[in-house]
Design a protein around this ligand. Structure first.
Ligand code: PLP
Length: 399
């Protein structure tokens, strides 16, 4: 009998991929499926970005690049960070990785081990908890509440910090709730963190430009007082519709006063993926420096669909949905339907051909909610709402 390390028994999953697989199987059997399950833009990567990758290949950029990423790509990230946050970082702080997730992986394994606590949002992106458990650290959920507009509460977060806490994971704009935490609340949190100088912060800002209703993203980079213990996760996947390119970046403190975090992530890259493929890094530069018209159009489309989905959901019996302020997810409360969320999600896929995700796939506090991605056409969103309405009318929770 083969034996692998026990940590793999604690590694979780992202159920959105399982739902996508099931939806694809049903579609291949001839079922008409509306997929609001997976979190990726339904737009294509803008053509000038694709062209930059093709040109890079034609120009002979076929070899390894530095483990931290091409200097030109890191410099592009420096420019982009200045534009979006007003903060000047150095290319020596920027790491290019194959997607947003590897930054999660790297930072959680750097801080997690048995006997320490890591705080993470619940409901939140499922990989946070999965990776925390993988390391043997104790996962401590920070409640993200509907009554708080799905923003995190500084007070509640700070109250969970103990001498065992090593890492605090934050995410705004957030998956799966669409919550955006206001700048005042983030300032309050940073102020409170002064009393906990040994706690590192991983701020997942991958949806940074996706905010609505005048809500503005506040980057943790805006607070110089925590820069020496702050890791900021970001990437190309969502903003430029590049999920399949596997292109992410993160900003790390660099130097011995910050436990050499940047050098540690560089070494991890050398040991694991060596570097990100060269043509994608050239595409990444074109994405940042090129025209942003298509990104803006995509954002306007998301904003419009957001209104459509929220209105549709609020018209359903037993369903209420606050307007999400960011990302491209709606997180309706379905507890008044009497259905358990995962059972409802499963039944909607099998019976009505609507793929969406049950809230419990994002944490214990996700019970009573569903996640719908509105990165889909208005027509499909309306079809999904009609089907959910018919399903709820025709089926009782016990049936
Ligand atoms: N962080 C959050 C909050 C996400 O929702 C996602 C993807 O869904 C990621 C990170 C991972 O992004 P990537 O596909 O670039 O690894």
């Amino acid at each position: 009998m083969l034996q692998t390390v026990s940590a793999f028994g604690r590694l979780g999953e992202e159920n959105a991929f399982a739902v996508l697989a099931r939806a694809t199987t049903l579609a291949s059997e001839g079922r008409d499926i509306v997929n609001l399950g997976i979190g990726q833009p339904d737009f294509k990567t803008p053509a000038h970005i694709v062209e930059a990758a093709i040109k890079a290949l034609r120009d002979g950029h076929h070899g390894y690049t530095p483990a931290t990423g091409l200097l030109a790509t890191r410099e592009a990230v420096v420019r982009r960070t200045l534009t979006t946050t007003g903060v000047e970082v150095s290319p020596e702080n920027v790491m290019i990785l194959p997607g947003g997730k590897p930054t999660m992986f790297a930072s959680i394994i750097m801080f997690g081990e048995p006997g320490v606590d890591i705080l993470y949002p619940d409901p939140g992106f499922p990989i946070y908890r999965s990776m925390i458990e993988f390391t043997g650290a104790n996962p401590v959920p920070v409640p993200i509440r509907e009554e708080n507009g799905f923003a995190f509460s500084a007070e509640e977060t700070l109250a969970l910090i103990t001498p065992r806490t090593r890492l605090l994971i934050l995410n705004s704009p957030a998956n799966p709730t669409g919550g955006v935490t206001p700048p005042e609340e983030i300032s309050k949190l940073v102020k409170g963190l002064e009393a906990h100088p040994n706690v590192a912060i991983l701020s997942d800002e991958i949806y940074d430009v996706m905010t609505y209703d005048g809500g503005r993203h506040c980057s943790l980079l805006s607070f110089p007082e925590i820069r020496d213990r702050l890791i900021v996760l970001n990437g190309w996947s969502k903003t430029w519709a590049m999920t399949g390119w596997r292109m992410g970046w993160s900003i790390w403190p660099n130097g011995p006063q910050s436990a050499n975090l940047y050098d540690k992530v560089r070494k991890l890259a050398v040991n694991c993926w060596s570097c990100v493929n060269a043509p994608s890094q050239y595409a990444g530069i074109a994405a940042i420096d090129g025209p942003q018209g298509e990104v803006n159009n995509m954002m306007s489309a998301f904003d419009h669909r957001r209104k459509v989905v929220v209105e549709g959901l609020n018209s359903l019996n037993g369903v209420s949905c606050i307007a999400p302020k960011g990302a491209f997810y709606a997180f309706p409360n379905v507890s008044a339907t009497g259905w358990k969320a995962k059972k409802l999600a499963g039944a909607l896929l099998e019976t009505s051909g609507v793929a969406l995700i049950g809230g419990p796939d994002f944490g214990i506090l996700g019970e009573g909610y569903l996640r719908l991605s509105y990165a889909n056409s208005e027509e499909n969103i309306l079809r999904a709402i009609d089907r959910i309405a018919a399903f709820l009318d025709e089926n009782s929770p016990s049936g």
